[in-house]
Design a protein around this ligand. Structure first.
Ligand code: AMP
Ligand code: GLY
Length: 419
C-alpha cells in the first residue's frame, strides 16, 4: 500500500518510522517531511494547504491512505476533502477538529454536557473581560480562541498583564480569531492522555507527561515542549475511569448527537486536582513531543491499528504496549522560545553510533546539499526506552553530550518529578 504522511516535525519522524516498520506499508511519501524521514520515506516538497495540488499528487502516485500529523490541515478540513475524493484519510473532520481549533467551541461542549473544566468566559471585548475579572481571583488564564501554534495561552498574575494580553488578541495578533477565552487557574499535575477513536468505539493510545516550560524545574516561559516521558505514573485505573466517564464519553456522545462523530487520535490535555481530572484542552492529533515517547512503546503493527480505525473496527483489535519507560529530551536552538539563529551546521550527528534502545528524531533540521543544519527552535528529539526513567535519562544525556552542539541547549531535569 502506498501511504502519505503529512507533516514535518519530530512527531512525524516517529510516525514515519512506525509506518515504515509495518508489514502493510510499501511506499511512503512524507509531505513535506524532514531530514530524518528522508532516510525511510520519499520527502515531497508540496504546500500542504494547497489541497487541490496535494490531491493530484496523491492520485498520480496511487496513494491509498493518508495520515495527517499536525492540527493545521485538520482544522482546515483536509480529511473531509480527501475522503470526498475517495482517498482514505486518517484524522478528524473539519467540524470535529474545532475541539482544538476553537477554545470556545470546546468550552461550550463542556458546559452543555457538564464536563469538568476550568470556570471560564468567552470574551469579544474588554467589557466581557472586566465582568470575569470582577468575579475571580488571580492568577487568571487568557487563551486566544483559534489556533496559535502553542503561543496563545498566558497565565496572568495581575490586571496589567490581562490588559496587555487581551488587547493583543482583540487587536488580531493571532490571525485565526479575535475572540478569547478567559478562565480560572487550576493548580495540579498535568497529564496528556491519548485515544484512537472511530465511529463505533475507541482504544487507549498511551499517556505521557510533557514539560512545557523552557527552564529547569519548570520555570520560565512556555514552549512547544522541552521533553516528555511515558507512561505517566500519575495515571491509574481509578483516574482513567473518571477521565473516560466524566470527560471523553460525554464529548464523543455530544459530537455523535450533532451527527458529526469524532475519528482519529484524540489528545486529552488534563490537570489533575486532588485526584479529579479537569479538561484543559483537546488536541485533535498526537502530541509533540508526546508521540515520540508513546510510539516507541507500541508493540502492535501501527498501520493495522490505523486501518482498523478507518474501517470503524477498532473494537475488534487489541493494542499491545511494551512494559518499558520512554523519555525524550528536546535539543533547542539557544534563545528559544525567543529569538534564535537558523541554518547553523550540526556537525557531529552522523558520527554518533546509536544503540538499539536510543533514537534521534529530527524536528527543526534541514539539509543543504548533504550537510545538516538547524532550521527552527526545537531541533532534535533524543529519545530512549528502557527499564527505568533514571536509566533512559542517563543514556539520553550521554548522547547529547557526545553530540556537543554548541549552539543549542536542553533541559537536564526532564522527569524530575518521577526520578
Ligand atoms: P493549552 O494550550 O490550553 O494546553 O495551555 C497551555 C498550557 O498552559 C497548559 O499545558 C498548562 O500548562 C497551562 N494552562 C492552560 N490552562 C490552564 C489553567 N486553566 N490552569 C492552569 N494552567 C493552565
Ligand atoms: N506537547 C503539546 C502539544 O503537542 O500540544
Amino acid at each position: 500500500m502506498n501511504i502519505a504522511l503529512i507533516g514535518s516535525g519530530g512527531r512525524e519522524h516517529v510516525l514515519c518510522q512506525k509506518i515504515y516498520e509495518s508489514s502493510l506499508s510499501k511506499k511512503i511519501f512524507c509531505i513535506p517531511g524532514n531530514p530524518g524521514t528522508s532516510n525511510i520515506a520519499e520527502n515531497v516538497n508540496l504546500e500542504i494547504n494547497n489541497f487541490t495540488k496535494l490531491l493530484k499528487f496523491l492520485k498520480n502516485n496511487k496513494v491509498s491512505l493518508v495520515i495527517v500529523g499536525p492540527e493545521g490541515p485538520l482544522v482546515k478540513g483536509l480529511t473531509d476533502f480527501l475522503n470526498d475524493h475517495n482517498i482514505n484519510t486518517f484524522g478528524p473532520s473539519k467540524f470535529a477538529s474545532k475541539l482544538e481549533g476553537s477554545k470556545s467551541f470546546m468550552k461550550t461542549i463542556c458546559k452543555k454536557n457538564k464536563i469538568p473544566t476550568a470556570k471560564y468566559k468567552t470574551c469579544k471585548n474588554k467589557k466581557d473581560v472586566n465582568i470575569f475579572l470582577k468575579e475571580n481571583i488571580f492568577p487568571i488564564v487568557v487563551k486566544a480562541d483559534g489556533l496559535a501554534a502553542g503561543k496563545g495561552v498566558t497565565i496572568c498574575y495581575n490586571k496589567k498583564e490581562v490588559n496587555r494580553v487581551t488587547k493583543e488578541i482583540f487587536g488580531g495578533k493571532f490571525k485565526t480569531s479575535k475572540k478569547l477565552v478567559i478562565e480560572e487557574y487550576l493548580q495540579g499535575d498535568e497529564l496528556s492522555y491519548f485515544l484512537i477513536v472511530d465511529k463505533n468505539s475507541y482504544k487507549f493510545f498511551g499517556s505521557a507527561q510533557d514539560h512545557k516550560k523552557v527552564g529547569e524545574r519548570d520555570k520560565g516561559p512556555n514552549t512547544g515542549g522541552m521533553g516528555a516521558y511515558s507512561p505517566a505514573p500519575i495515571l491509574n485505573k481509578k483516574l482513567e475511569n473518571k477521565i473516560l466517564k466524566r470527560i471523553v464519553d460525554p464529548t464523543l456522545k455530544a459530537l455523535k448527537k450533532m451527527k458529526k462523530p469524532y475519528t482519529g487520535f484524540l489528545y486529552v490535555g488534563l490537570i489533575i486536582v486532588k485526584g479529579n481530572p479537569y479538561l484543559i484542552e483537546y488536541n485533535v492529533r498526537m502530541g509533540d513531543p508526546e508521540c515520540q515517547v508513546i510510539l516507541p512503546r507500541l508493540n502492535s503493527d501501527f498501520l493495522k491499528i490505523i486501518i482498523s480505525s478507518i474501517n470503524n473496527k477498532l473494537s475488534k483489535i487489541k493494542i499491545n504496549w511494551k512494559n518499558k519507560k520512554c523519555m525524550t529530551i528536546v535539543l533547542c536552538s539557544k534563545g528559544y522560545p525567543g529569538k534564535f539563529k537558523k541554518l547553523v551546521p550540526i556537525k557531529n550527528l552522523n558520527k554518533i553510533k546509536l544503540k538499539k534502545n536510543i533514537f534521534i528524531f529530527h524536528a527543526g533540521t534541514r539539509f543543504l546539499g548533504d550537510k545538516l543544519f538547524s532550521n527552527g527552535g526545537r531541533i532534535l528529539n533524543v529519545t530512549s526506552i528502557g527499564t527505568s526513567f533514571n536509566l533512559v535519562r542517563k543514556r539520553i544525556l550521554k548522547t547529547l553530550k557526545k553530540l556537543n552542539w554548541k549552539f543549542g541547549f536542553y533541559r537536564k531535569d526532564i522527569g524530575w518529578k518521577v526520578i
